[in-house]
Design a protein around this ligand. Structure first.
Ligand SMILES: [Fe+2]
Length: 226
């Protein structure tokens, strides 16, 4: 009796090849962050540094920094391909970077609990530094809760489609729907694990609104200005 898993979720995986200077600049930036943020008393006992604490420090806009311009361009290319594959070449939609932040898992162990990014439509992660042949600190995707919540009590783990775990490898890019629940499995290594996450918003072009689509931010009028 076969079980057919419906509604598969697309995840784009591409192993990028930054030149040595670009890779070194990104890694140096995150190493500096690693050294300085952990010196704050508030953060010294955490087993990770993620978007929630880094936003407080004004560090959720990494895409505006010179070190990440190459990565921005790679993301534009592959996120564009992702949309073309999913909804066709004439989708006429625009992607915007809302924010980009680092995730640092220290060498003595770190993990991220399961979560989604409800503020975005597409999210991405790029691994800046990961020890070779280290099987820990993987990205695990989990089936959406609503598949089963009304009639069954299958736990997430049992519902996960096989292949839902992606190895964190240096310079690997993953792009996935932001409402797809995911977590980082416990990391252990000799050095910190560095990655950069992006949240993207999908809108129509300026002045070309469509029903059921988010209009371009240039079409918005802040109520504070009326
Ligand atoms: Fe996440």
């Amino acid at each position: 009796m076969p079980l057919h898993w419906l509604f598969p979720t697309p995840v784009l995986q591409e192993d990028l090849q930054p030149d040595a200077a670009t890779a070194a600049a990104m890694e140096a930036f995150l190493a500096q962050l690693d050294r300085t943020v952990y010196q704050h008393e508030r953060f010294s006992s955490r087993n990770n540094l993620t978007g929630d604490v880094l936003a407080e420090l004004g560090m959720d806009q990494l895409h505006r920094l010179g070190e990440f311009q190459w990565l921005n361009r790679q993301l534009a290319h592959y996120a564009g391909l992702f949309l073309e594959k999913l909804i066709g070449p004439d989708h006429g939609l625009e992607l915007h970077i809302q924010k980009a932040w680092s995730v640092i898992c220290p060498s003595q162990g770190g993990e991220l609990d399961a979560h989604t990014h409800p503020n975005a439509q597409l999210s991405a992660v790029f691994y800046v530094r990961m020890e070779p042949d280290n099987p820990t600190g993987q990205l695990e995707f989990q089936a959406p809760e609503t598949y089963f919540s009304h009639s069954m009590t299958l736990p997430y783990a049992a519902a996960a489609v096989s292949g839902g775990v992606f190895a964190a490898q240096t310079h690997r890019l993953l792009i996935f729907p932001s409402d797809l629940r995911h977590r980082v499995t416990p990391y252990e290594g000799r050095s910190s694990r560095y990655s950069v996450s992006y949240d993207l918003a999908l809108t129509t072009p300026p002045g070309a609104g469509r029903e059921m689509q988010v209009p371009h931010p240039l079409d918005w009028v802040p109520l504070s200005l009326v």
